[in-house]
Design a protein around this ligand. Structure first.
Ligand code: PEP
Length: 254
């Protein structure tokens, strides 16, 4: 597939996989994806499996991501994880502002913006998630919601940092529901996000930023979604939990 930006496909394992299960999955992916050079591949295990998965994918083309990170560097923040701790395991990417964290942990755009800056200061790359709910889409508020989230969640970044940031468009109504945005809906939202980025930063920055689609991506719909001009990869939940389906998503996207 001939793309303007290199595809980045990331698996968000969420709160799944013991260390043994994570190692099984990592071993399968390492084997199946060994020859893939066309796509940046990222896996985001739970914190408890980062150390072992990091060792398992050493010397492979698979990069490690975390699912969240503290905005603080060190100190009395019970239950939080700092950038320096993630770097010990060669983590390269950090998912921020996933809709589940926005919903269950009340994460705000302002907090996500501070976290994104902390991720960059540690020389890691954030994957910043945005997306509208079904109610917001049905009320015709999709563009307003996306614009607010893009402007709010990326507010602290400069142009150089923005270029090294991945945005994940994940319509909340498509996450884990089996409902996927239609190609037209996905392309429209991605193009809109890129226009907002051009307004916030400039055209050059907007053209360089990779925007992933997330929401029930599967082997069967990956090719069509990844072929859209403004879709530069995928953030995959359910289908990233098995080597076969995650591998097929990647191979079908090449
Ligand atoms: C996600 O949670 O980021 C996601 C896209 O999940 P799923 O692929 O299961 O819809």
């Amino acid at each position: 597939m001939n793309k303007e930006r290199k595809l980045i496909i990331a698996g968000n394992w969420k709160m799944n996989k013991t260390v043994a299960e994570a190692l099984d999955l990592a071993a399968g992916l390492k084997l199946e994806l060994a020859n893939v050079k066309e796509v940046d591949i990222v896996v985001c295990p739970p914190y408890t499996a980062l150390s072992e998965v990091s060792k398992a994918i050493l010397d492979s083309n698979i990069r490690l991501g975390a699912q969240n990170m503290s905005e603080h560097n060190v100190g009395a923040y019970t239950g939080e994880i700092a950038a320096v701790m993630l770097k010990e395991f060669s983590v390269r990417y950090v998912i921020l502002g996933h809709s589940e964290r926005r919903q269950y942990q009340q994460e705000s755009d302002a907090l996500i913006a501070r976290k994104a800056l902390a991720v960059h200061r540690a020389a890691l790359k954030p994957i910043v998630c945005i997306g509208e709910t079904l109610a917001e889409r049905e009320a015709g508020q999709t563009e307003q919601v996306l614009s607010t989230q893009v402007r709010g969640s990326l507010a602290e970044l400069d142009k150089e940092q923005m270029v090294e940031t991945v945005v994940a468009y994940e319509p909340v109504w498509a996450i884990g529901t089996g409902k996927t945005a239609s190609p037209a809906q996905a392309q429209e939202a991605h193009a809109f996000i890129r226009r907002v980025l051009a307004g916030m930063f400039d055209e050059t920055v907007a053209r360089k930023v990779r925007i992933q689609y997330g929401g029930s991506v599967k082997p069967a719909n990956a090719r069509e979604l990844m072929s859209l001009p403004d879709v530069d990869g995928a953030l995959v939940g359910g289908a990233a939990l098995e080597a076969r389906s995650f591998t097929d998503i990647i191979k079908n996207s090449i």
